[in-house]
Design a protein around this ligand. Structure first.
Ligand SMILES: NC(=O)c1ccc[n+]([C@@H]2O[C@H](COP(=O)([O-])OP(=O)(O)OC[C@H]3O[C@@H](n4cnc5c(N)ncnc54)[C@H](OP(=O)(O)O)[C@@H]3O)[C@@H](O)[C@H]2O)c1
Length: 288
């Protein structure tokens, strides 16, 4: 298929690469041109000067940028995707953004006979590199069925959730759950250290039981070692938690722990941890 990928960041670069490796004809756009040039040295495809030009002739256009404002800029800006995309084409947004934006873009695209799916991902950089992402999708089901075989290039699972915005709302649930889990794990490890326990033995014992989690399996060792210069950055997590907290303000959900953990992440930022992995919540406990 003729596909376009906008945003060759940590996630987008390998995702676009999987599309090229699967034999699709890929056109890429990246705001910083050097990243697109670099991508073209690793994969076969073309690069375009603007999102509008990149979208011309594409059957599917994928976007993976930073936040709501960035999505608006590349999709609805002066040289945005909507200025170039053909009627009948499909636009898939993999950015973690708000559900309101997804609903607005779904309506705006529909007026132009373009299909829109909100399709945020989970699985991190490793998931993108290994083609093992989980994708949660909102929009029209028939559009999901068109997109799924293409997204399979970089996903281990894609799940249709419901109407426009449902993918983003599901990602919010994901981030709410992670916030509480990481704080609980931080306190557990902090306690184990203060109790002078052998943390490796503790994790060996409890990681097979009810306390087990992805964070425990993949992060306990680096948390104990105070190593945080990798992974999913605190600033991105705070962006995601703000989206969830704003949505809770609208739907009336009580997110007491999420609010608390967001405040804790603000403290981690004050410690210099803006770009640290989210597991750095333990750093504010260990500093005292
Ligand atoms: N990293 C993860 O582990 C992870 C996991 C799940 C979900 N996500 C989500 O996936 C999205 C992308 O994350 P990432 O880690 O790939 O971010 P990233 O490495 O910072 O890349 C962001 C990309 O968006 C582009 N961009 C940002 N603002 C733009 C604008 N206004 N106009 C045009 N291009 C713009 C950047 O272009 P430049 O190169 O020019 O800066 C870059 O290509 C985010 O919404 C993030 O929350 C990330």
């Amino acid at each position: 298929m003729q596909v376009t990928f906008i945003g060759l960041g940590v996630m987008g670069y390998p995702m676009a690469g999987h599309l090229a490796n699967a034999g699709h004809e890929v056109t890429v756009f990246n705001r910083t041109t050097s990243k697109a040039e670099h991508w073209l040295q690793a994969y076969s495809g073309k690069m375009a000067a603007t999102p509008a030009i990149a979208a011309r002739g594409a059957e599917v256009v994928f976007v993976c940028v930073g936040n709501d404002d960035d999505v608006l800029a590349v999709i609805d800006g002066d040289n945005g995707v909507l200025k170039g995309i053909a009627a009948g084409a499909l636009l898939v947004d993999h950015t973690t953004a708000s559900a309101i934006l997804a609903q607005e873009l779904h309506a705006k695209c529909k007026a132009q006979s373009v299909s829109f799916l909100d399709a945020p991902v989970s699985g991190g950089q490793a998931g993108a590199v290994n083609g093992q992402l989980t994708i949660m999708v909102g929009g029209d089901k028939s559009d999901f069925e068109r997109a799924e075989p293409v997204m399979d290039c970089y996903a281990k699972a894609s799940k249709y959730i419901g109407e426009a915005g449902s993918g983003q709302l599901t990602k919010m649930v994901n981030q709410i759950c992670i916030a509480g889990i990481v704080q609980g794990l931080s306190e557990g490890l902090h306690f184990a250290k203060r109790a002078n326990l052998d943390t490796a033995a503790v994790i060996d014992a409890i990681s097979k039981g009810a306390a087990q989690s992805w964070q425990m399996e993949n992060r306990w060792q680096t948390m104990v070692n105070n190593e945080f210069e990798f992974g999913f950055a605190v600033e991105w997590m705070r962006k995601d938690l703000k989206i969830a907290l704003d949505e809770a303000g609208r739907n009336g959900a009580s997110l007491e722990l999420t609010q608390l953990v967001d405040n804790y992440y603000a403290e981690v930022q004050e410690l210099g941890g803006n770009r640290w992995d989210t597991s750095s919540l333990i750093a504010r406990l260990e500093k005292s």
